[in-house]
Write a protein that binds this ligand. Sequence first.
Ligand SMILES: [Zn+2]
Length: 251
Amino acid sequence: MKVVAAFFTSYLVVCMPAIAEPSCDELNHLYQSKYIGDFSVNREAFAFNRHARFQCGGFDRNYILARAIHDLETLEPRQESDPNYYNDISQVMRLPGNRLSYVGKLVHYPDAEARTIHEGSASAIFFTDRMIQSDERFRPTYTLVHEARHTIKHKVFNGQRVPDEPGHIVCTRGKHKGKRVCDARLTNEADLVWGSGNSHEFLFLIFIRDHPKASKKIRREANEQLSYLATHMFNQLDQGILGHYNVELAK
Ligand SMILES: [Zn+2]
């Protein structure tokens, strides 16, 4: 009897639907009627008017962005204490002055996949072709979470100043040593939320790594990126923190 129960339990776990890729019609509809507004997408930059449609598959930039936002909606909270990333990131993107934008290549950062650029209290996240054409299924999704953190600079919410995000600091270790792309410390959840983009990206990847709706491919990419972040994108690791998150350093 026990064996049978165990069989059914594992059967159900294995067969839980992973992220259901929506039909192309459905994704187009969600993008036009909901996502563009919820994430302050710059239609002109994405060359996407009110009657436009994207093809699904390939590297169409509107399709890639729509799919990333759809991931945030699909990977919903499983319990009350879980964050709702769709709502949280949408709220950030709808702060006055925030925009989600696109440019083929950033002149001053030709290698950048994505970057947030500030002008006074306005902040625009730019996705570039390097991001749009990434072979990694999940990269645009976690990059959106990372870059959204960078938009929190000179922002006001409900009449209150929102504390600025700390920004990256110069790496003292890892493959980016000497470049200003690291966060200070890989630490517990309660402190990591005060960190910059790498810290928020890390928390998001931990959340989705074990999410029942994340596909195998997404879990694998999340695991690899978690190792990459721990190995190269933080200047200090708290004692025992890798065990706490069950993350291994990259080889
Ligand atoms: Zn960053």
